[in-house]
Design a protein around this ligand. Structure first.
Ligand code: NAD
Length: 336
């Protein structure tokens, strides 16, 4: 553990700004901090976020929300003390890379710049949510933070990959030359309640196909690997970095690695589905291997993921069922 910094027990007098507050990870993070007693201010333009993710947050009197596009500007916060800023506003799904690439590039550059300027003005600590995509199709496995990556800067994923690399670079400029206290996390594939069921990523696709006993579509031969982190484990990892980390990047994820075929088979088993596997061609630039080395995060404060893949899949499936208006007991919908 970094001896000078400890995880706080309560955040009663703290104000936290969450950019992208209606998103999947950001809304889960917001609830975590509201439970710890913080005031949380969310900002979102709903480009990929959902109003239903905010319902649980409005139950807390210390939650405030602004519907705004952070590329255009931030709300008037002149009377507000802000202690921590989480830069989480960015579409993150490969289907978004095809439909809204310029919005992705602008929010990760112009939007992040506005948040960094605010951090400088308020003396707030700033955290940039970067991504494992900065490693591209990695030639080093598992990926360590010192690996500089293998990104195709003109490929179909580059709007996301390169703008996140730019956001990391800008964060370091504010740290080195403007005295802002910053953190960078590189998030690996995360799943759980609150994610869009139609966002095109592998877990929602497989769960939805399994729930309907339809064929599960595997792109390629299914031997490509991914490591999936349940959202509450990710939120705990972010919390550890914000409060105990330093300004260098931290991989955040779960190092358990599955081939895509194993992942489909596990989902079929856990959900008791009758689905069969079908195969389609692999998209261009699809990374063949993804697995975080989280030793650096682990050495901060002993962080380890706690939620098993089968447990996380059950909870995510219940959330998707509830979106389809199937009856699910409220206590089964808890993300934690
Ligand atoms: N989910 C993952 O596996 C994953 C992996 C790596 C990195 N990340 C990063 O984590 C963060 C959250 O990802 P997520 O999966 O929760 O995605 P998400 O799409 O659910 O959340 C992002 C939120 O940002 C909002 N947003 C986007 N552009 C905005 C703008 N210009 N102004 C205001 N709000 C805006 C969206 O409406 C959405 O609510 C993103 O920065 C993403 O790049 C996620």
């Amino acid at each position: 553990m970094n001896s000078s910094q400890k995880l706080p027990e309560s955040l009663d007098n703290v104000t936290i700004l969450v950019a992208g507050g209606a998103g999947f990870i950001p809304s889960t993070l917001s609830e975590f901090y509201l439970k710890m007693g913080a005031k949380v201010i969310g900002i979102d333009n709903f480009i990929t976020g959902s109003r239903s993710n905010l319902e649980k947050l409005f139950k807390y009197p210390k939650y405030e929300f602004h519907e705004m596009d952070i590329i255009q500007g931030l709300p008037n916060l002149s009377n507000e003390k802000i202690d921590y800023i989480f830069s989480l506003a960015s579409p993150a799904s490969p289907i978004d890379f095809k439909i809204i690439p310029l919005e992705i590039m602008r929010v990760n550059s112009e939007g992040t710049l506005k948040l960094l300027d605010l951090a400088k003005e308020k003396g707030a600590r700033f955290l940039e949510a970067s991504t494992s995509e900065v490693y591209g199709d990695p030639l080093v496995h598992p990926q360590v933070e010192t690996y500089l990556g293998n990104v195709n800067c003109i490929g179909p994923r580059s709007s996301y990959d390169e703008s996140k690399r730019f956001a990391e670079s800008m964060t370091m400029v504010f740290n080195r030359f403007k005295g802002v206290d910053t953190r960078i996390i590189r998030i690996f594939n995360t799943y759980g309640p609150g994610m869009r069921p139609d966002d095109g990523r592998v877990i929602p696709n497989f769960i939805n196909q399994a729930l309907e006993n339809k064929d599960i579509t595997i792109y390629g031969d299914g031997s490509q690997t991914r490591s999936f982190c349940y959202v509450t484990d990710l939120v705990r990892a972010i919390h550890h970095v914000m409060f105990c980390g330093d300004s260098t990047p931290y991989n955040c994820g779960n190092p358990d690695e599955y081939t895509i075929k194993e992942c489909a088979e596990e989902i079929i088993k856990v959900l008791g589905s009758k689905s069969q596997l079908t195969y389609r061609p692999l998209p261009i630039d699809d990374p063949k291997k993804r697995r975080p080395n989280i030793s650096k995060l682990n050495s901060l404060s002993g962080f380890k993921p706690e939620v098993s893949f089968s447990e996380g899949i059950k909870k995510t499936a219940l959330f998707f069922k509830s979106l389809k208006k199937e009856r699910v007991a409220p206590e089964e919908l808890s993300v934690w």
